[in-house]
Design a protein around this ligand. Structure first.
Ligand code: MEV
Length: 312
């Protein structure tokens, strides 16, 4: 065993297919390298957790950190190495649809296995992260764990092998944080209630259409059709609204981005707060959109190139 273990993970962005992915529809996500998380673990006299939101005993950590407690308990059960001190440093905004809960579980699991000086297969990593995500999200599809632990864009279908593909499109993506905590757990649960209380299958129709849009988006990306991808994003946002996972703030920022010249815009991740994304042809246009979003309430914005160079 080493004296200290290190683990890393990235934020993630879902380009298409959030919520529908829980029902077996495909989604497109990529690691968002502009944000990341680092965990370090070392043996200690008692279990300790140090992060931006909390500094103290693991046992006394607030309920919002329950998924970390569950993960540490499981790791300790499988490898009883005694009390540990955990230090987490993150630039992924928490509860904003960027996968922070999955990323923290990925980074901790990696740090734990690094401390053990044992190799960790992707399969084993994802199994641990899923346990933590069940606490954080209720019924996770696994897309957040996959995208925050990997380095490549992926076309993801629950329960299927990962299908990596290059984001080879001459466009830029603006990511904007509403500054309001998203409510992924509640949103996933509410969609599930809508599905089960909908004998006419209207909700499932929106879910299937979202899946079909993910397929079309993959084609638009591979054929470098920027306007087509933008139209698909706009269409997806309408279906997400029908699933009740958008809200006034997201709708306002989406409208702001479109009025400022974005070709397409939608929410990303769990919704009901969190982040939105917008597509532009050029970086300059993306900067104009960012300025408009910040003037209208976005607390942070990022620009991500979607050309093949980005993930080369
Ligand atoms: C959350 O980032 C994405 C959701 O589709 C939930 C999930 O897939 O686990 C809303």
């Amino acid at each position: 065993m080493k004296t200290i273990g290190y683990g890393k993970a990235n934020g993630k962005i879902i380009l298409m297919g959030e919520h529908a992915v829980v029902y077996g529809e495909p989604a497109i996500a990529f690691p968002f390298l502009a944000t990341n998380i680092n965990a370090t673990i070392h043996p200690c006299d008692s279990f300790q957790l140090h992060c931006a939101y909390y500094d103290g005993s693991l046992e006394g950590a607030p309920e919002t950190l329950n998924s970390i407690k569950v993960l540490i308990n499981q790791l300790q059960k499988d490898f009883p190495i005694g009390p540990l001190s955990l230090n987490i440093e993150s630039t992924i905004p928490a509860e904003r649809g960027m996968g922070s809960s999955a990323a923290v579980a990925v980074a901790i699991t990696r740090a734990f296995f690094d401390l053990l000086d044992q190799s960790l297969s992707q399969e084993k990593l994802l199994a641990y992260v899923e346990q933590a995500e069940r606490i954080a999200h209720g019924n996770p599809s696994g897309i957040d764990a996959a995208a925050t632990s990997g380095h490549d864009p992926m076309y993801f279908t629950k329960g299927h092998p990962f299908n990596f593909f290059p984001l080879n499109i001459d466009a830029f993506l603006v990511v904007a944080d509403t500054g309001v905590k998203g409510q992924t757990r509640e949103a996933v649960k509410d969609v599930s209630n809508l599905v089960s209380g909908d004998p006419g299958q209207e909700i499932m129709r929106h879910i299937h259409l979202l899946g079909a849009l993910s397929k079309e988006a993959k084609k638009a990306i591979s054929e470098n059709q920027v306007q087509r991808l933008a139209d698909i994003m706009n269409e997806a946002q309408q279906h997400l609204k029908k699933l009740t996972v958008s809200n006034q703030l997201l709708d306002t920022l989406i409208q702001t981005a479109l009025s400022a010249g974005a070709l397409g815009a939608k929410l990303t991740g769990g919704g009901r707060g969190g982040c939105m994304i917008a597509l532009t042809n050029t970086k300059k246009e993306a900067q104009v959109v960012c300025e408009a979003l910040e003037k209208n309430g976005a607390v942070s914005t990022w620009i991500q190139g979607l050309g093949v160079h980005t993930y080369a």
